[in-house]
Write a protein that binds this ligand. Structure first.
Ligand SMILES: Nc1ncnc2c1ncn2[C@@H]1O[C@H](COP(=O)(O)OP(=O)(O)OP(=O)(O)O)[C@@H](O)[C@H]1O
Ligand SMILES: [Mg+2]
Length: 283
């Protein structure tokens, strides 16, 4: 017998989002996750210790519903480790991580966390190279456990429309019948973001999405993320400051350093913060 938490129980226990278990913030649907206090994610006093080394040190952070939050910070600051904690890959040594008010992520397995609506993009694209772009999106849609469609069932008109919209969003409509393996690095990254979108995540985590991209691809990725703003909650870790400026748009940027929040504010505020300048430029 496993102690696994059943997401279904968590959803039905939530009364605050109405009888259908859904709350709507504009276009943003929270699908049963209790976000009555305005945040989709709460990290509180998280520490992760690897063999005596503190990768995260008493880290506290909230992400608002529909927010696009950028996280910056020097190498080794703990940015990827923070994503590992949110997605269940790493269990914190101390602290709590809640999805909405009532879903305790520290007690769940990676697959369960994905099922409740947290999608993660790693740095390297992982698309099905032999399959076409369209088929990649189709496969991703059909493995969306929260919709529970049948893998071998034919696509409905609505599903085809959804794939068509996503192809247009990714600017991959013209490539839709090409094998994904023939796409450029940037196009593969966009396709993978599209595959995550087919899972209808409530929270999407992107770790260095523009690493290795050309300048044009980087700018296009910024446009894509700006189009997702307000429709999904997004956490984007990046070192490319021009890109962070492009997507932060007056929103909050968090600077991590030595496993904790060093500074937080608009891009302009954090860039002029002497502590941040010191961390980036050295003493
Ligand atoms: N599994 C692990 N075992 C031991 N140490 C680890 C482990 N994972 C990460 N670390 C250490 O924890 C610290 C934080 O690493 P992390 O990868 O989270 O940093 P980061 O902010 O993502 O850095 P970068 O910008 O280089 O990607 C680093 O010093 C790293 O060496
Ligand atoms: Mg990292």
């Amino acid at each position: 017998m496993t102690t696994a938490i059943q997401p279904v129980t968590l959803f039905s226990a939530d009364e605050s989002n109405g009888p259908g278990g859904e709350a709507s913030y504009g276009h943003f649907k929270t699908q049963g996750v209790d976000t009555t206090h305005g945040a989709i994610l709460y990290l509180e006093s998280i520490s992760v210790v690897f063999d005596g080394f503190r990768a995260l040190n008493d880290l506290s952070l909230d992400i608002g519903v529909g927010e696009l939050r950028c996280i910056i910070g020097p190498n080794g600051a703990g940015k990827t480790t923070m994503m590992d904690v949110i997605t269940g890959k790493t269990k914190p040594t101390a602290g709590t991580a809640f999805f909405g008010q009532n879903i305790d992520l520290t007690k769940m397995h990676e697959a369960q966390i994905a099922d409740v609506g947290i999608g993660r993009k790693f740095q390297r694209p992982t698309v099905f190279e032999q399959h076409t772009v369209f088929e990649n999106l189709e496969l991703a849609m059909k493995t969306n456990k929260r919709v529970r469609p049948t893998l071998f069932a034919r696509l409905t008109g609505a599903q085809r429309d959804k794939i068509g919209e996503t192809l247009a969003l990714l600017r991959l409509t013209a490539e839709c019948h090409r094998p994904a393996g023939l796409l450029s690095h940037g196009q593969k990254q966009w396709l993978e973001i599209g595959m995550l979108l087919m899972q209808e995540p409530l929270l999407l985590l992107l770790d260095e999405p523009v690493a290795g991209m050309t300048d044009a691809e980087t700018e296009r990725t910024g446009e894509l993320l700006n189009e997702l703003r307000g429709k999904h909650s997004l956490v984007v870790v990046e070192h490319d400051m021009d890109f962070v400026s492009q997507i932060s748009q007056g929103g909050k940027v968090t600077v991590l350093c030595e496993g904790s929040v060093l500074a937080q504010g608009t891009m302009e505020q954090v860039q002029s913060d002497p502590r941040v300048i010191e961390v980036y430029l050295g003493r």
